[in-house]
Design a protein around this ligand. Structure first.
Ligand code: PLP
Length: 414
């Protein structure tokens, strides 16, 4: 990239086909929000949608709203809205429960689809909950064991054999931002006879995804990051149609029953994707997600991807030009095609630098041991925002503002 100037950056914004989306997001004054990979901002449509759900549906409709306001069907309704974002034909996605819980369900469903195969594969450097839940899935099952990618240098070929039942991997690494080859890896896993489960927490809504075309078996992802569903909003599960009728998961609650209102004595799973449901959902939270997904309705994810690559490239170029002498390392792949929508830098004083940036309105986050993470969501981040964020970083480094003692104090949530 030739040295960018403020004029060239503004020209990119002037030609940006996604520029109009920014006005649909609530954003505090003087904030450049580069943490949508942790918690997406609120769309301006959310307060009204939630107020209506509270006043009319709950306040006036009371119990009739389970039918009249579509509460009962919301897991499927929201799944249908996610279909185009995930490259999934209708009827294969439901929204329900948390990502951690859904990882548990899909792991167990995958194990049940491959009886006699005792091994779970996941990545040693994966997101902690993914690792912890694989431990939970093995509890009380001394016959099961786990192989970790990256442990002793193990790659996929080293861990795949006839014993592997399921492979759980992140599409985009939460720390490095590396983007993996979904089609290729899925094919290799399936050639070994195993079930492929993708975790799309860091790619759904930001990278074009084609679950059907990649022949994925099962997938899960959260909705509060790039899908802007709000704090703790429910997660989604995808199960390819060929597996419907064969979904066995241990959280066999009544919402997944074939006839929930027959009140039968024994569990009988619904044959389709609803077999992944468990029990009653936080409907009000789902209304916030519904409003945010409506904003994304029809958005061209190829345009999102193009701009995302431009924003992350621009950030890397500017940091390397303007902050060259301050010892930042690039932890993300340099090649935009191998990167999701975040850039991770390393710096030994990363924690304090991130706090100093936040104090100046540039919100990123810090991950142990020395990683500064910045997420770039093209629907509300402009090229000029990137320019300004790096100018503020340079100012903090030039003046040493990050050395102030208050920036060294660690909060509970980093
Ligand atoms: C954010 C994230 C989760 C979150 O799990 P919750 O149950 O929603 O807290 C899980 N896995 C990955 C890879 C994530 O990035």
């Amino acid at each position: 990239m030739t040295a960018p100037s403020l004029a060239s950056v503004r020209a990119l914004d002037a030609a940006d086909p996604l520029a109009a989306f920014k006005a649909q997001f609530e954003m505090p004054e003087s904030t450049i929000y580069l943490d949508g990979n942790s918690l997406g901002p609120m769309t301006k449509s959310v307060p009204e949608e939630m107020a209506r759900a509270v006043r009319e549906e709950w306040g006036q409709g009371l119990i009739s709203s389970w039918n009249a306001a579509g509460w009962w069907e919301l897991p499927l309704t929201l799944g249908r809205k996610l279909g185009p974002i995930l490259g999934a034909a209708d009827g294969q996605v439901v929204v329900s429960d948390s990502t951690s819980v859904n990882i548990y369900k899909t792991l167990q469903a995958g194990l049940a689809m491959r009886p006699g195969r005792p091994v779970i594969v996941t990545e040693g450097g994966g997101f902690p909950t993914d690792l912890y839940i694989t431990e939970g899935a093995m509890q009380g099952r001394p016959d099961l064991s786990r192989r970790l990618l990256g442990e002793n240098g193990a790659d996929l070929d080293a861990v795949l054999d006839d014993d592997v039942a399921v492979v759980l991997l992140s599409h985009v690494d939460y720390r490095t931002g590396e983007l993996f080859d979904m089609a290729g890896i899925t094919a290799r896993v399936q050639a070994a006879g195993a079930i492929m489960i993708w975790d799309l927490c860091h790619s759904a809504g930001i990278v074009p995804v084609a679950l059907d075309a990649c022949n994925v078996d099962l997938a899960i992802g959260c909705t509060y990051k790039y899908l802007n569903g709000g704090p703790g909003s429910q997660s989604w599960i995808y199960a390819a149609e060929r597996h419907h009728g064969n979904i066995r998961q241990p959280l066999s609650g009544w919402w997944g029953h074939a006839a929930p209102f027959a009140f039968e004595q024994s569990y009988r799973p619904e044959p389709g994707i609803k077999a992944f449901l468990c029990g009653s959902q936080a409907i009000l939270s789902m209304r916030a997600l519904s409003a945010s997904l409506d904003v994304m309705d029809g958005v061209d994810l190829n345009q999102v991807r193009t701009k995302s690559m431009q924003l992350t490239d621009l950030f890397i170029t500017l940091v390397e030009q303007k902050c060259a002498e301050y010892g930042f390392g690039l932890f993300s792949p340099r090649d935009a095609a191998r990167r999701g929508s975040q850039v991770a830098l390393t710096h030994e004083d990363g924690y304090a630098i991130v706090q100093a940036l936040i104090a100046r309105g540039v919100v990123g986050d810090f991950r142990m041991p020395n990683i500064l993470r910045f997420g770039f969501a093209p629907l509300y981040i402009s090229h000029e925002d990137v320019w300004n964020a790096v100018a503020i970083l340079k100012d903090i480094m030039d003046g040493g503002a990050w050395r102030a003692p208050e920036f060294a104090v660690r909060a509970a949530v980093t």
